[in-house]
Design a protein around this ligand. Structure first.
Ligand code: ZN
Length: 286
C-alpha cells in the first residue's frame, strides 16, 4: 500500500536538529522544518532558536530541507495583538532569509505554521460550525492531544484571525504548494484556503518525550510511549487513504529525536512515500 505525504516538523532548531536532518537525508526524506527565532523553554518545548543557534538550520537548508516560519518566540497568537503577531512573523522572516543567504540557496516559497496551531482564535483552530458536516471530524483531528479549549472565540479574535489571514496572503505565504490533499474535510473547509499550513495527521510525538512523563501520567495522555504512537499511526482511518496526499506534523524536540525518527521510519516501512514540496515549487511559474 503506497500513500504519499509531506513531512513537516515543528520547533527547530534544537540540539537534536543535526541528528534529525542526518536521518532524513539517509532515508531520502525531504521535510519542511518550521523554525523558531528566539531561544526559550516552556513545558512543551525547549528550543535553541535560530538567532542563537543558526548552524543546524543553515546545514538543513544545505541538505535540501525547506525552512518554514513558526514565529519568532512561539507564543499563542490569540494572546497578543495583530500588530504583535505581524512582528513575530516578520522578525522570523528576516532570520530565515538571512540563513538561506548563508547557505547560498534560493528560498523558493514562504510558508508558516502557527505555534500550537493557534491562528488567533485559541483552540478554535478552524471554525467548526462553518465546517458543517466535517465539524466533528475536525474537532477530533485537532482535539487529539492538543489539549484543546473548545470555547468559541470572541468577536475580536475572529476579526484578528481574518486580518492575519489577509496579511499572510498579501505577504505571499502559500499552502497550496503542498498539493494533492483531497480529503473533503480539507478541500471543502477553510483548511484548504488558509494561508498558514495546517495538517492532516499529527504524530503527537511529543507525548512520549521523557521530560513529559509526569504530565503524561497526571493528564492521562493517550500516547505516552513509542508503541502507543505507532498504534496511533496504524489506527488512523485518514492515514489509510491512498487517494489523498497527507500532511504529517512531527516535532524536533530535545530528547525526542529517536522517537520522531522511529515514527517516520514506521510510516515509511508501512508504505508512506514522502514527497518533496520543493520540487512542486520549482515547477510553478514565478
Ligand atoms: Zn511549535
Amino acid at each position: 500500500m503506497t500513500r504519499k505525504a509531506y513531512l513537516t516538523i515543528d520547533d527547530s532548531p534544537t540540539k537534536e536538529t543535526d541528528k534529525l536532518v542526518d536521518f532524513l537525508v539517509e532515508r531520502d526524506i525531504p521535510a519542511t522544518l518550521f523554525a523558531i527565532g528566539s531561544s526559550y523553554k516552556d513545558m512543551h518545548v525547549e528550543c535553541e532558536g535560530m538567532e542563537q543557534n543558526p548552524t543546524p538550520i543553515v546545514r538543513a537548508i544545505e541538505k535540501g530541507m525547506v525552512i518554514g516560519n513558526h514565529t519568532y518566540s512561539h507564543r499563542r497568537s490569540s494572546e497578543f495583538s495583530f500588530e504583535e503577531v505581524v512582528e513575530e512573523i516578520e522578525k522570523n522572516e528576516r532570520l530565515i532569509d538571512k540563513l538561506y543567504r548563508e547557505a547560498g540557496k534560493t528560498r523558493l516559497f514562504k510558508v508558516l505554521r502557527f505555534p500550537h496551531l493557534d491562528r488567533g482564535c485559541g483552540g478554535w483552530i478552524v471554525d467548526y460550525d462553518a465546517a458543517g458536516q466535517y465539524g466533528e471530524h475536525l474537532k477530533n483531528l485537532f482535539g487529539e492531544g492538543l489539549n484543546i479549549d473548545l470555547t468559541p472565540p470572541s468577536a475580536e479574535q475572529i476579526e484578528k484571525k481574518a486580518k492575519i489571514q489577509d496579511y499572510l496572503r498579501q505577504e505571499g505565504f502559500v499552502t497550496d504548494i503542498y498539493e494533492g490533499v483531497t480529503f473533503p474535510w480539507y478541500k471543502e473547509t477553510e483548511m484548504a484556503s488558509a494561508y498558514d499550513l495546517l495538517g492532516t495527521f499529527s504524530t503527537a510525538d511529543w507525548m512520549a518525550n521523557p521530560d513529559f512523563e509526569p504530565y503524561a501520567k497526571e493528564r492521562s495522555w493517550p500516547y505516552p510511549t513509542l508503541e502507543a504512537l505507532k498504534s496511533k499511526i496504524d489506527g488512523d482511518a485518514d492515514l489509510k487513504d491512498e487517494e489523498s496526499v497527507h500532511i504529517i506534523i512531527a516535532h524536533d524536540h530535545n530528547k525526542l529525536v529517536d522517537t520522531t525518527c522511529a515514527l517516520v521510519t514506521h510510516m515509511q516501512d508501512s508504505g508512506v512515500e514522502f514527497l518533496d514540496v520543493a520540487s512542486n515549487a520549482r515547477l510553478q511559474p514565478s
